[in-house]
Design a protein. Structure first.
Length: 487
């Protein structure tokens, strides 16, 4: 029997979750495996404005639509849930517009496709041709970062689930919960307020006072989480968040391992990039990685757009982390090292904790060798071994994470496996950015007149790292994302 469009499958153990999908987490999570609920492929009849359909009238209609949650609605989970529950397309669009208007009331503006710009000044810093660097600018987005995409997708799913009686009145009263003291919490507070839901936010004792103040003014209920002596390794805020979810709160977070559907709304960013880069395709995409939901969502959005024929080739994915905390890159190296050894290859990636130009060259050489020598089956085998034994590749960073790019200091990359998969599938490799390069990228971004944070420019730091190690082909076009505003 084929699974319904509204089913989610665990990418770790393969378990199928059918609606009601609360709390969007694999039932088997908590053992040694890596469990993330995900949608697996674009719905067969889904339509994107550019390509993917022969219905030109529909293409034209969609092309004028600036709200990504309407523009790409047929690819989104909540639309599938709405249709399965008997809502018409018109009713669904009205619901999106209503929630979007509520967001605009809280934050001053709602969701629109964000700018995608050619920035010759920055291209020059990378030694690229004038049209060699493209920039997706999320700094003017709802709540000042890309995070609201993840949460608006979740809010739509909750609204549709309530409307179609997939969930009941009691579910509608359950509070939402998130562990964050930065962009994700701010975005969650804006969207939860718009959706008129209670929001519990678990923050560390050192959370920024202005952020705490804004969260409080948005009506979020804050709990400060110092590390308790009995706490296991990992973020104490995340432990308290999990306890709240166990007690009945719904995860309203930007981590696929807690809430697989958070990836769904984030995929709109990948769809936009696909459409916007169609005319001048990019060979590489640099994405800053903290918990990994951003890179996972963008990579999957691009993969779906490529399946639908919107782009011919997926750009090589280069996840970027700072030298003060790079658990994803350690994981990628471990998986690649095993794979290279299994296939008898000559080029092992760098040692787990290595950084600097020679490590970057070793990682690039391993990735290039694997992209021509590892079959899809060999990749699948390596990924499923890692999924069965999460701790073989991913565990919390062991020293105190530090970087000016504070938004990517998650001590664990929750969505790491999806990011490793996309990196291997596209022939990219991850990049450790030295702190000096993180600062240089921030300086460049600011000098180019963007009100962007150091986290927001960390992807550019990855591109600079490759350029400085002579690993960037000067004739290529590459893309980066400025993901968050300076606060
Ligand atoms: C501005 C900004 N960019 C990128 C990221 C990284 O996203 P993720 O944690 O999903 O990897 C964050 C996360 O906090 C962020 O705030
Ligand atoms: Zn599972």
């Amino acid at each position: 029997m084929t699974a319904p469009e509204t089913a989610l499958r665990c990418t770790g153990c393969g378990a199928l979750a059918t609606p009601p999908p609360l709390p969007f987490r694999c039932a088997a999570a908590g053992d040694r495996g890596d469990h993330v609920l995900a949608r697996s492929a674009p719905p067969p009849d889904a339509v994107m404005p550019t390509g993917g359909t022969r219905d030109e009238t529909l293409n034209e209609k969609l092309a004028d639509e600036p709200n990504p949650f309407i523009r790409y609605r047929q690819l989104g989970y909540p639309w599938q849930l709405a249709r399965a529950g008997g809502m018409t397309d018109e009713q669904y669009r009205a619901l999106v517009r209503e929630l979007d208007a509520a967001v605009a009331e809280v934050d001053g503006h709602g969701f629109v496709v964000t700018p995608y710009l050619n920035v010759p000044a920055l291209a020059q810093s990378l030694g690229l041709a004038a049209d060699g660097l493209w920039l997706k600018d999320e700094t003017t987005h709802v709540a000042g970062s890309h995070k609201a995409r993840h949460l608006f997708g979740l809010a739509l799913t909750l609204a549709v689930a309530a409307r179609t009686k997939v969930t009941d009145d009691e579910d509608a009263q359950r509070p939402l919960a998130i562990a964050s003291c930065g962009n994700a919490a701010l975005a969650a507070a804006v969207v939860a307020r718009a959706a008129r839901r209670r929001l519990l936010v678990f923050v560390p004792p050192w959370a920024d006072a202005p952020v705490v103040d804004r969260l409080t003014r948005l009506g979020a209920e804050l709990t400060v989480c110092p590390r308790q002596p009995a706490d296991p390794a990992g973020d104490p805020c995340h432990h308290r968040f999990r306890a709240a979810v166990a007690a009945g709160a719904l995860p309203f977070s930007c981590q696929g391992s807690d809430n697989g559907l958070t990836i769904d709304g984030g995929m709109t960013l990948g769809f936009e990039l696909a459409e916007q880069s169609r005319a001048a395709p990019v060979a590489r995409l640099f994405v800053q990685v903290g918990g990994g939901a951003l890179a996972s969502a963008v990579a999957q959005g691009l993969a779906w757009a490529s399946e639908l024929g919107v782009i011919v080739r997926r750009p090589a994915l280069h996840p970027v982390q700072a030298e003060g905390c790079f658990p994803l890159i350690r994981a990628w190296r471990r998986i690649c090292r095993a794979l290279v050894a299994e296939l008898g290859g000559p080029a092992a990636p760098a040692e787990d904790l290595a950084s600097g130009p020679s490590a970057a060259r070793a990682d690039a050489a391993a990735a290039r060798w694997l992209s021509t020598h590892a079959s899809a089956q060999a990749l699948e085998g390596a990924l499923s071994r890692a999924a069965a034994e999460r701790a073989s590749a991913m565990w919390p960073w062991e020293t105190e994470p530090h970087s000016a790019a504070s938004g990517i200091l998650d001590d664990e990359t929750y969505d790491y496996l999806a990011v490793v998969r996309a990196t291997l599938e596209t022939g990219g490799w991850p990049v450790v950015a030295a702190e000096a390069t993180v600062l240089e990228a921030h300086r460049l971004g600011t000098r180019a007149s963007f009100a962007v944070s150091a986290t927001g420019t960390a992807g550019l730091a990855g591109a600079l790292t490759l350029a400085q190690a002579d690993l960037l082909d000067r004739s290529e076009r590459v893309a980066v994302m400025f993901t968050g505003v300076a606060r």
